[in-house]
Design a protein around this ligand. Structure first.
Ligand code: GLT
Ligand code: MN
Ligand code: MN
Length: 388
């Protein structure tokens, strides 16, 4: 193993899902290509690679048909594995998409019995997550959607989704759990169209909840990129609203199926600006790699994938430092700051309205002046391309 400045350490807060490194490489066109890795093996190996923790769906750890005794044994063994490797479980989630019962959604299924079963399953998964000390609970509504709008009134579906989140916030409070709930938006796949397709849709719903303070976002690179959106803008908006509770890092080409590739492996420039945003903001939450190794890989390739995800993040982090230390970039940014781009420049109506009404603007000069973004971008690219 390489030992250099890009060695991950627990304080970097890198996490993986049991379902990510444990992904056996099944896809809609082919069977699994790798044996299933046991949770205890995953934890041990990730701990050795420098990760902070692992996250799981209820059924990643405890199979759907496990008896109470089996559940207790699996939980006990997993706790021992965590203790031995110094790994944590900072986030938990529920599988509300695999069981055929959820074919029309969970919280937004047209079948009210399914909606209640989804609540039961989620409460039990919250109990399990709390037992491991998880503090973030993720809601990925992969099956919450439709193929045909003839099937469902999307207004009603929103009400059902809201009811479920309100119910689960009350459960969180009543149990004395410390969960922050994080909605993970996605535009499509596995449903033809999924409700709450973007960060903005989710944010808007949050402010209509009974406990908006408890609910935020878990955005994923791939999910915004599928739709061709600029992921960093969505993350920045969530962050600015105090709603970035968790983040799923991976890589994706626009307009494709959900590729979930190794972080940094597709759009290098976008990855750089994402790391810059996370680092500049002092984001202290978990950086979760929700991705998996190429289907071509054997187990060795899985660990290459895991190590590479963390290593690339740390390389980008070094590039961010180089960006900030670059004197020419510094001059260009200072010039922008002098023009009014410095953080904290605010306008107040009662304070400034008369002044602004009376201000004489030199419009010819304003029209003529450029912003030097070509130079700024070229310098950024030269840092990324390794010649600066
Ligand atoms: C599933 C999905 C991910 C979500 C997981 C959490 S499940 O792997 O593709 O984006 O984050 O439920
Ligand atoms: Mn994904
Ligand atoms: Mn995800």
């Amino acid at each position: 193993m390489t030992t250099d400045a890009y060695m991950p350490r627990p304080e970097h807060h890198f996490t993986f899902g049991l379902w990510t490194v444990g992904n056996p490489g099944r896809d809609p066109f082919g069977d699994p290509v790798r044996p299933v890795l046991l949770p205890n093996v995953i934890v041990e190996k990730l701990g050795a690679l420098g990760a902070y923790g692992v996250n799981f769906h209820d059924n990643d750890l405890v199979p759907r048909d496990a008896t109470a005794a089996e559940r207790d044994r699996l939980v006990r063994e997993f706790k021992t594995a965590l203790a031995n490797s110094g790994m944590r479980v900072p986030m938990a989630t529920t599988n509300l998409f695999g069981d055929p019962v959820f074919r029309d959604g969970a919280f937004t299924s047209n079948d009210g019995t399914v909606r209640r079963y989804a609540l039961q399953k989620t409460m039990r998964a919250m109990d399990l997550g709390a037992e491991f000390g998880a503090e973030v609970y993720v809601f990925w509504g992969g099956r919450e959607g439709v193929e045909t709008n003839a099937a469902k009134d999307a207004r009603e579906a929103m009400k059902w989704f809201r009811d479920a989140l309100n119910f689960l916030c009350e459960y969180n409070i009543a149990q004395g759990y410390n969960f922050k709930l994080a909605i993970e938006p996605k535009p499509n796949e596995p449903r033809g169209d999924i409700f709450l397709p973007t960060i903005g849709h989710a944010l808007a719903l949050i402010y209509t909840l009974d406990h908006p303070d408890l609910v935020g976002l878990n955005p994923e690179v791939a999910h915004d990129t599928i739709s061709g959106l600029d992921f960093t803008h969505g993350v920045a908006q969530a962050m600015e609203a105090g709603k970035l509770f968790h983040i799923d890092l991976n890589a994706q080409k626009p307009g494709r199926y959900d590729q979930d590739h190794r972080f940094g492996s597709e759009d290098v420039k976008q990855s750089f600006f994402l790391v810059k945003l996370l680092e500049d903001s002092g984001y202290a939450g978990m950086k979760h790699f929700d991705s998996h190794a190429y289907r071509t890989e054997d187990e060795a390739g899985v660990w290459d994938f895991a190590a590479g995800s963390m290593r690339s993040y740390l390389i980008f982090k070094e590039k961010v430092a180089a960006f900030h230390a670059d004197p020419e970039i510094g001059q260009l940014l200072s010039a922008l700051a002098e023009r009014g781009a410095a953080p904290g420049a605010r306008i107040g109506f009662t304070r400034d309205s008369q002044t602004i009404k009376d201000e004489q603007f030199d419009l010819p000069a304003l029209r003529a002046r450029g912003y030097a973004y070509e130079r700024l971008d070229q310098l950024t690219m030269e840092i990324l391309l390794g010649v600066r």
